[in-house]
Design a protein around this ligand. Structure first.
Ligand SMILES: Cc1ncc(COP(=O)(O)O)c(C=O)c1O
Length: 393
């Protein structure tokens, strides 16, 4: 029996769609009223009070050109050191207007047109766009479906790496929610050294993990430091995507100098304030949020196993984005449209996460954002159950 959500004491039980649905939120504004949006990676929760207080104080002071973000840099360096990025030189860290410009800039600076950029697919779609829009080749190596979860296709990856210049790593992985283990990271490091690749390690979801073990950055191992650019930011964990800020990190400051061009522009004063407040005082809020998300993940897992047992999935180890295999459904080829039209639930379609040549591999998959209240999650799952099961053969 699936337990119904226990709303007593649930801090988010009262989230109100009428309030969330506002033109300021693309997540809620894109679809007509009545649709539950579970697509773009925003959480429905209010921003941490510690961030709001810091923003208000900042607005009272100044939003002119900001000074050197010395305190933000120091707080971030402490955090990165705890993830294994110790001994980072000051000029090995530069702030960016968000993470995605760092991906574009790295591809532009570290590869030349026509060169291959390798990723493990399915993958966060701007990885492909940043590659192909700049005339590089996006080579996706599909993850394998193992007994207990998605696994790296080591042979395929090593093979693709032979003729590539750059590996775009998503750690933890969006959209499968894999949290790469230290052993997997070691094997990846061996491949990039053997094949002499640069690595961009997008670690934006690092704070949204459900394991109790500490997060290990890809560049924690000195042997890959000089070839790696790590990207991070507060947008996912602290739900501040609209403020826009990220950081590019490398133990080789020359890489940062190549990536940080004037074209990139600069992060806003408010985003700096928000990130600093998050780093200095946001941990209790983050822990509560991850605990709530874990509860949602577990609720969704139990619900799907009970009511939609034909849906294949591995409960995510990180992120609030659940990857579902609905290929057994007769409408698998346009399952996202079906869910939108019939269940009034908006999800991301699987093919979005693949390069052109591989789109058909992910037909019938969807990515579901479960970072909402437990009651809204239950309502969305109930709608999915009622519509998806109705049309089963
Ligand atoms: C892996 C990954 N990288 C980058 C981004 C976007 O980051 P930003 O908004 O800071 O550009 C996302 C957003 O979902 C993401 O999942």
């Amino acid at each position: 029996m699936t337990t119904t959500p226990d709303v007593a004491g649930d801090p988010h039980a009262g989230l109100d769609p009428a309030r969330l649905r506002h033109p300021d939120s693309v997540k809620w504004a894109l679809h007509p009223e009545g649709v539950i949006p579970m697509w773009i990676a925003d959480m429905d929760y209010p921003v941490a009070p510690v961030i709001l207080d810091a923003l208000r104080a900042r607005l009272d002071r100044s939003v002119g050109y900001p000074g050197d973000p010395r305190e933000l840099r120091a707080a971030l360096k402490d955090k990165l050191a705890a993830q294994g990025l110790t001994d980072l030189p000051d000029d090995g860290l530069a702030f960016t207007p968000s993470v995605v410009p760092g991906i574009y800039s790295a591809i532009n600076a570290l590869t030349t047109p026509g060169e291959a950029v390798v990723t493990m697919t399915p993958i966060y779609h701007p990885f492909h766009l940043a590659t192909t829009e700049q005339g590089r080749r996006s080579v996706g190596v599909p993850l394998k479906e193992g007994e207990d979860g998605y696994e790296i296709n080591w042979f395929g990856l090593d093979n693709a790496a032979r003729n590539a210049r750059l590996l775009l790593l998503c750690h933890p992985h969006n959209p499968t929610g894999r949290d790469w283990t230290p052993d997997e990271l070691d094997r990846l490091r061996d491949i990039v050294v053997k094949r002499d690749l640069f690595v961009v390690s997008d670690e934006l979801h690092a704070d949204l993990r459900y394991a109790d073990t500490p997060f290990e950055a890809f560049a924690a191992d000195p042997k890959v430091r000089a070839r790696t650019v790590t990207l991070t930011g507060p947008a996912k964990a602290f739900n501040t995507a609209g403020l826009g800020i990220g950081a590019m990190i490398s133990h080789d400051p020359r890489l940062i100098a190549r990536l940080k061009t004037g074209l990139m522009g600069h992060e806003s004063a408010l985003s700096r304030t928000a990130w600093q407040a998050a780093l200095e005082g946001g941990t209790p809020w983050l822990q509560d949020t991850v605990a709530y998300l874990r509860g949602n993940r577990d609720f969704m897992t139990a619900y799907l196993r009970e009511h939609l047992p034909w849906v294949k999935f591995f409960p995510v180890q990180a992120t609030y984005l659940q990857w579902l295999d609905l290929r057994a459904h007769p409408r698998a080829h346009d399952i996202q449209t079906f869910l939108l039209d019939e269940a009034k639930v908006a999800v991301h379609p699987g093919p979005l996460f693949a390069p052109d040549a591989q789109k058909s591999l992910y037909e019938g998959f969807v990515r579901v954002n479960f970072a909402t209240s437990r009651p809204l999650l239950e309502e969305a799952l109930t709608r999915m159950r009622d519509t998806l099961n109705r049309d089963l053969p």
